[in-house]
Design a protein around this ligand. Structure first.
Ligand code: X2X
Length: 355
């Protein structure tokens, strides 16, 4: 029927004209943008996520309302699914760890190579160097728009059996590790008995003593009160877990330029705040002063190492010889994982760190 066809065309073209004249930007924001965060609100990383949503609200005059969903509740605890779900648009954005992206973006395993990036200076050289650019480019390729580098931190091992001072001390320890496969390879190479568990289940496992120990940064150890379960913490800085603030590209591109700008600034500021929380007391006065001077925030735990000791934990550090021995003991991990990360990116990372 010719007439019906013409009518349909007329309706469609009117609709198209309206869409072109008034793109989705004109006040048609979602009532709520969902943000996934793996940990709870009292964790340093969770506090950073809250800060991000507050800053976004402020900088967009209340137009953009981000709700953080803590404990990976949007994913029923399946923390490693965050990048796919954000790329698909099921979740709008994330304040998420690179470990939790590493099964989907293998290049992110650069941060999980054992005894590779072992201090803040080297980490910053990577994030703000060529390596960081390459990693952000990989995210773009799978439909994610990264906005800023935040942090979970250098991961330390805790357990209820003994101090870890040499690779031999790892033998037979049953340790909860995150589900990213490189962790199993690393702990097996050291002779430990690693078990994969989502963070949500890990806390119950600590309570029930199903595992002897685990590994996480101070920003997780302190809020989870790890001293209730384990009396040894070994500061071995064996690898680092950055956090990236990111948005799903399809949704991101619907924002007008001023909103993009405001959210970008909020991400940068929240990331700076959150990084300082995670580094406070571990980098001299630098982060404590950033919190005080830029955010008017006094750190509750200004010295995490002393604090853990005050809770009855025995703290130890690796000697340079021990660190070398650990690096040698995990050589097989490099053999397996450098090809997956990409030899070129590995070389780029070394170059960023001045090697
Ligand atoms: O699962 C963990 O150990 C945690 C909380 O550190 C991450 O999300 C990577």
């Amino acid at each position: 029927n010719m007439w019906l066809k013409k009518g349909t065309i007329a309706v469609v073209s009117t609709w198209l004209a309206i869409m072109v004249a008034f793109p989705a930007s004109a006040g048609t924001f979602k009532r709520e943008y969902k943000m996934t965060v793996n940990v709870g609100p009292s964790f340093y990383w969770g506090m950073g996520a809250t800060k991000f949503s507050e800053l976004v609200k402020e900088k967009t005059q209340g137009r953009i309302n981000i709700k953080p969903y803590f404990g990976s509740s949007l994913l029923k605890g399946a923390q490693l699914k965050s990048p796919q779900m954000v790329a698909k648009g099921v979740i709008d954005c994330a304040f998420e760890s690179t470990i939790n992206s590493s099964p989907v973006i293998p290049e992110m395993n650069i941060f999980s190579l054992p005894f590779f990036i072992n201090n803040f200076e080297r980490l910053d050289q990577i994030e703000y160097g060529e390596t960081g650019k390459v990693l952000f480019g990989k995210m773009n390729k799978i439909g994610l728009t990264p906005l800023a580098w935040a942090e979970n931190g250098f991961r330390q091992v805790t357990n209820g059996k003994r101090a870890i001072t040499t690779p031999d001390d790892m033998k037979g320890l049953r340790l909860r590790v995150v589900g990213s496969p490189i962790f199993i390879d690393t702990f097996r190479a050291l002779g430990a008995d690693p078990v994969n568990m989502n963070w949500g289940d890990a806390q119950t496992a600590f309570q029930q003593g199903v595992v002897d120990g685990q590994e996480n940064p101070v920003g997780v150890l302190i809020p989870v009160q790890i001293w209730q379960y384990h009396n040894h913490v070994s500061f071995w800085n064996y690898l680092v877990d950055p956090v990236i603030v990111y948005w799903g590209t399809r949704e991101w591109n619907k924002f007008p330029a001023d909103i993009k700008q405001a959210i970008g600034e909020a991400a940068t500021q929240a990331a700076r705040f959150e990084k300082a929380l995670c580094r406070a007391g571990l980098d001299g006065d630098i982060s404590i002063n950033i919190l005080k001077n830029e955010f008017n925030y006094t750190m509750e735990v200004p010295d995490p190492i002393r604090f853990l000791q005050s809770k009855g934990m025995e703290v130890n550090f690796l000697t340079p010889e021990a660190e070398k021995a650990f690096r040698t003991a995990t050589e097989s991990v490099y053999k397996t994982w450098v090809p997956k990360i990409g030899q070129t990116l590995y070389e780029t990372a070394k170059k960023d760190m001045g090697e």
